[in-house]
Write a protein that binds this ligand. Structure first.
Ligand SMILES: [Mg+2]
Length: 215
């Protein structure tokens, strides 16, 4: 399958945001266990509204100081010259994402937030982004820096690319990994030129297991 688009995770791939998930969990739940969105789902209504307000306050503050990640601006510009579709799939809120993208002048053909679909690691946000970009999941790469991205992408049938970070150097659910967006561009150029061995093999959805160990 040719590559017709790239889906990006937002935090740690498109922008760097100072979001302290442990501090948010402490403020909402009084401890640092589990995952915020999944735990919020189990709260009764009044507590849930309080939790949403706390999360929104943290997300808005982070969005106001977010900075572009290294290499993302030239990467997106290069994608435009190659007529590749650009999508964003994030667990953040629509409000905070709009704030970040407007502030930094970043544009995507599809933006899927937690209001639009069940959040990663579910496959639905990837499917929705693909529908909005008019491409098939097998025609996109999903680039992320966390296990939820790799799981979501693979479950959806996309090819998954781990952008390695200090805390995440490998994933069993990544089809390949890169150290930078510049390296990804080189590999995509080679793939599109018809060179073999670039590592973008088809997603192996049969090997997906449920759950993740941290975050
Ligand atoms: Mg991330």
């Amino acid at each position: 399958m040719p590559i017709r688009g790239v889906l990006f995770d937002m935090d740690g791939v498109v922008v760097h945001q100072r979001l302290d998930f442990s501090a948010i969990k402490r403020e909402i739940f009084g401890d640092t266990q589990g995952f915020i969105l999944e735990r919020m789902d189990g709260l009764p209504e009044p507590e849930r509204r309080r939790a949403e307000a706390i999360l929104e306050r943290h997300e808005t503050a982070a969005a106001r100081t977010a900075v572009p990640m290294d290499g993302i601006v030239p990467f997106l510009a290069w994608m435009e010259t190659r007529h590749l579709r650009r999508g964003l799939v994030t667990r953040n809120s629509r409000k905070s994402v709009d704030l970040v993208l407007t502030r930094l002048g970043l544009q995507f053909d599809a933006v899927v937030t937690r209001e639009d679909a069940p959040p990663k690691p579910a496959p639905e946000p990837v499917w929705l982004a693909c529908r909005r970009m008019n491409v098939a999941p097998a025609e996109v790469l999903f680039v992320g820096d966390y296990e939820f991205d790799m799981l979501s992408g693979r479950r959806a049938g996309a090819r998954t690319v781990l952008l390695r970070s200090a805390t995440m150097k490998e994933s069993a659910h990544a089809d390949c990994s890169v150290g930078s967006l510049a390296e990804l561009r080189e590999r995509m150029e080679a793939e599109m030129a018809g060179a073999g061995g670039t590592g973008f093999v088809a997603g192996r959805s049969d090997s997906v297991s449920s759950g993740s160990s941290r975050g």
